[in-house]
Design a protein. Sequence first.
Length: 202
Amino acid sequence: MKVEFVQEDTAKVWMEPTGTFKKKACFVVDQGSASVVPKVMDKSDYILIQTDKMSLRAYKSPFKLAYYDAANTEMLTEQSEGKGLGYDGDTGIYAAMNLDPKEQFFGLGMDRDSQSFNRRGHKLVMNNGMKGGYGGNTSDISGTFFTSTNGYGLYFDNTYENVTFDMGATDNGKYSFSSPNGEMIYYFMTGEKKNTLTDIME
């Protein structure tokens, strides 16, 4: 497990089962960004990794990551206990986070099956295949970034076919993202809490 801050408000989380942290550069991510050196403190049951804009708690036992505001008082989200982050032969690499009852999600590209801007309660498979109907043949346009009304965004840095985002469709108490292959690398970005899509777009 490797955690680093590429900006004050952006943490890069990398879970690598092999222990070898090596990946080709991604054109979506600015590899030239200066690394931020966060404050690291042992808080007994968790390690606090903190910048001026975000706090990340790495709980020791059982291990899980939890994301808080800069003051380390208001939780944004946290990994689900149990299968919150890992790899298995059936799913591939996966991560799962707890869902706030009022939390809503926007993003993940254009998906014609869900027919909703709000991704809460939907399961999306990243597969840009041509589809008929709705006025002609068009293609889904997948995107592995979403923003939450709880004040954060998440970008899953994985381009394998059939990357899957389950935003509370299977379990309304958590959301997950997974891939049959590739790396488990995601960027967690903090921002301001928003209530609606209009607020987010402003």
